[in-house]
Unconditional design. Sequence first.
Length: 186
Amino acid sequence: MRLLPPPKGGGFPPLRSYYEVKREVLFSHLSEIKYHLITVDESTVALAEKIIDNGVLKKKNLDDCQHISAAILSNCDIIISWNFNHIVNVKTIRGSKVITTVEGYKDLLIYPPSALLSEEEWQMDEIKKPDVSPRFDVDDIRKIRDYNSQRHSKMTRKEIVEDIRKGAEEVIKKYGLNVTYAQKLN
């Protein structure tokens, strides 16, 4: 292994994390849209804690709880999020509905970005397989999840289950895995 000498005029520039770069890019896009900045205050934290206390999300997901509670307290109509693990899922959507009803707030809708597309846009939008990097990291998993989310949004529940089953069988076969699983008998 050969090390390169430092650039002329000084040392190497500091390395920036992926998240710092991503945050910078996202904030640069804010200049292109109208938005209202919502700050987290005591009431936001208190409502986030109620979300945790009601078992909607866990304490380790406090940021996501604050995101939801800030939207509720600011009378937002909808949250659009790619966060399928903690925000855009049935448990969180139902739990948020319970919180807004019990606490007397306006209902908050929670959807993935694909919900913003019209039927025509869905039909025109060709779903392309994601390019997966050789190192197969978290970003690749997100690409695959987003790809499958788009594909599955156009399928019935039965088709989704069948698609997942076929995909699992392909992986099992490709990697020579010995897997046993139970199937519900009618």
